[in-house]
Design a protein around this ligand. Structure first.
Ligand code: SF4
Length: 317
């Protein structure tokens, strides 16, 4: 088996000595994978994305991209590393400078990375065609293009660097359903065409279900369940994953009727609960859960679960 393209190995991130934003996160992405990350705000999803793009260094553990750690690549070849991993931003319009034409915005990374100009221009033209962006967009300012076009400009800006990995944090937030569908189709086409690898964060469970192959569910800085997406949505094993997914309007009405409503807010990462971090809200917690932290263990079906009493995968739905 070939080595994974991206490997998080026991990554922890602690801010200011007390805020444990990530705790012991291990994850792998093979080339061409689309991995979804879900969890409430404050679960560590965005921190994990920032670790991969090199904006937040791990306090312990390491992240590798290809054969070398991200930290080493940032030290030795920062520009080359920044080409390999690109971020798709949530607010595409706000990320475009209002005083620069789209053409200048797209030319900027080409200049910074000193890509051969003629080649980069040809590539940009091909990408714009592929994205259905008319060439006259290049002469326009951000306020003169539509929201959908602005998203595509964001994608073009990422792709012109020929990245291997795209980190997409809520890429469809705020889009209406048809533009959302277009963007997702585009992401899938590009993944097939260029064997791109995606780490995709979304609160929209339909988006996750539609485009990802695997999903990791996060709670208070930890992965609590990771599984093939279809299997996870069908039968979540971790009580938190089950509660989160039961809010998805796309699941069948019988299961929706059994929707699990979580009590209370997500606790603070400054002072997480003892034992299992989810025990203060878990509908099936036992006394052991408050004192003994569960490990993330394999549970068959390429699934990992962090729970002393996971739901059975054989249960009737
Ligand atoms: Fe619930 Fe206990 Fe499992 Fe934690 S370990 S999710 S509290 S059953």
């Amino acid at each position: 088996m070939s080595a994974p393209l991206v490997r998080f190995d026991k990554v922890s991130v602690v801010f200011g000595g007390t805020v444990r934003a990530l705790q012991d996160v291990s994850l792998e992405l093979d080339k061409g994978d689309i991995l979804g990350l879900v969890g409430e705000s404050g679960s560590g999803k965005t921190t994990l994305c920032r670790v991969l793009i090199g904006l937040t260094p791990p306090t312990s553990g390491s992240v590798t991209l290809g054969a070398q750690s991200v930290a080493q690549q940032l030290r030795e070849q920062p520009l080359a590393f920044r080409r390999r991993v690109q971020m798709l931003l949530q607010d595409a319009v706000a990320s475009l400078s209002p005083r620069m034409t789209i053409g200048r915005t797209l030319a900027e990374p080409i200049a910074i990375h000193q890509l051969p100009e003629a080649q980069a221009r040809d590539r940009l033209r091909a990408i714009m065609d592929r994205l259905g962006l008319p060439q006259d967009v290049l002469g326009k300012f951000p306020h003169q293009i539509s929201g959908g076009q602005a998203r595509r400009v964001g994608v073009a800006r990422a792709l012109v660097m020929q990245p291997e990995v795209i980190v997409a944090d809520e890429p469809t937030a705020g889009l209406d359903v048809s533009v959302q569908g277009e963007l997702l189709n585009l992401m899938l086409d590009l993944q097939r065409e260029f064997a791109l690898t995606y780490l995709l964060v979304s609160h929209n469970l339909n988006v996750i279900r539609r485009v990802t192959q695997r999903t990791a569910v996060m709670y208070l800085g930890q992965i609590v369940e990771e599984a093939p997406t279809a299997a996870l949505f069908e039968r979540p094993a971790h009580p938190y994953a089950a509660a989160l997914l039961s809010t998805n309007p796309a699941i069948d009405p019988a299961r929706r009727a059994r929707r699990i409503v979580l009590q209370g807010e997500i606790p603070s990462v400054v002072n997480p609960p003892s034992g299992c971090r989810f025990h203060t809200r878990c509908p099936v917690a036992q006394p052991r859960c408050a004192v003994e932290e569960p490990a993330l263990v394999e549970l068959g079906e390429a699934r990992r679960v962090r729970c002393h009493f996971p739901y059975s995968l054989d249960r009737a739905r």
